[in-house]
Design a protein around this ligand. Structure first.
Ligand code: FES
Ligand code: FES
Length: 247
């Protein structure tokens, strides 16, 4: 069976040829490392230029490949990708939009949060093919201009309130906060709204912010400043979805 995400299969004959006579020798480690590097270089090459580089002359695209068009931050991107490619990998590996971070790759940390038609999603749990026809907004698409003046109000608030330390979770936190502000503005309810009895028009309380941002983990523990940043941002004009991130 061909596995296009695992071109190491191409090296199987070489692997067998290179098997050491006995396991556990220093040669074992050496060969593993060498084989790994050879495989990794092919993976990198495939990622960088897409499937056509892996296609055999006269055989066309591999069966798992599909040509799609992604709309990201207002730009149109035709792509040829493996149908199993996540939106996160398509953004980072195919489109070079590396502001969106890969933390757990399992839908647990929120560092890969992006907006799809104005709703926040974990890009690591979203197949790129399913985002075709939608407007994808990443951290790179939030600012409306150059420099600090051009930052989205939520980005500016994170700067102002020190809403980060290492910054790895920050792009996901900011995308999530933009959508959370939009949700609260539209009176979308959370469990906190029910507990506080504010089911007509939930207030922008710290509890609401914590609940709505609870899918975004911060290993540095910058939570108090993140809450302060979101609380401040929602008072600023234009703190919701940017133009073009249609809901
Ligand atoms: S990388 Fe997607 S949720 Fe952690
Ligand atoms: S700022 Fe480091 S993980 Fe959040």
């Amino acid at each position: 069976m061909s596995d296009l995400r695992n071109p190491t299969l191409e090296f199987e004959p070489t692997l067998e040829d290179e098997q050491p006579a006995s396991a556990g020798t220093s040669d074992d480690a050496h060969l593993s490392r060498r084989t790994f590097l050879k495989a990794a270089s092919v993976v990198s090459a495939g990622s960088a230029v897409g499937f056509p580089a892996l296609a055999q002359p006269g055989r066309g695209l591999p069966e798992q490949a599909r040509q799609i068009t992604l709309q990201v931050n207002g730009a149109t991107h035709p792509l040829t990708i493996d149908t199993r490619t996540t939106l996160l990998d398509a953004l980072r590996e195919n489109l070079d939009l590396t502001g969106t971070k890969k933390g757990c790759d399992h839908g647990q940390c929120g560092s890969c949060t992006v907006l799809v038609d104005g709703r926040r999603v974990n890009a690591c749990l979203t197949l790129a093919c399913t985002a075709e026809g939608a407007e994808v907004t990443t951290i790179e698409g939030l600012a409306h201009g150059e420099g600090i003046e051009g930052l989205h109000p939520v980005q500016a608030a994170f700067l102002e309130h020190d809403g980060y330390q290492c910054g790895y979770c920050t792009s996901g936190q900011i995308c999530s906060a933009v959508a959370a502000i939009d949700e609260l503005t539209k009176h979308s309810l959370s469990i906190v709204s029910w507990h506080s009895g504010q089911t007509d028009a939930p207030q922008f309380s710290d509890d609401e912010i914590r609940e709505r941002m609870s899918g975004n983990l911060c290993r540095c523990g910058a939570y108090p400043n993140i809450v302060a940043a979101v609380r401040y941002a929602q008072t600023q004009p234009g703190s919701g979805l940017p133009k073009g991130a249609r809901a």
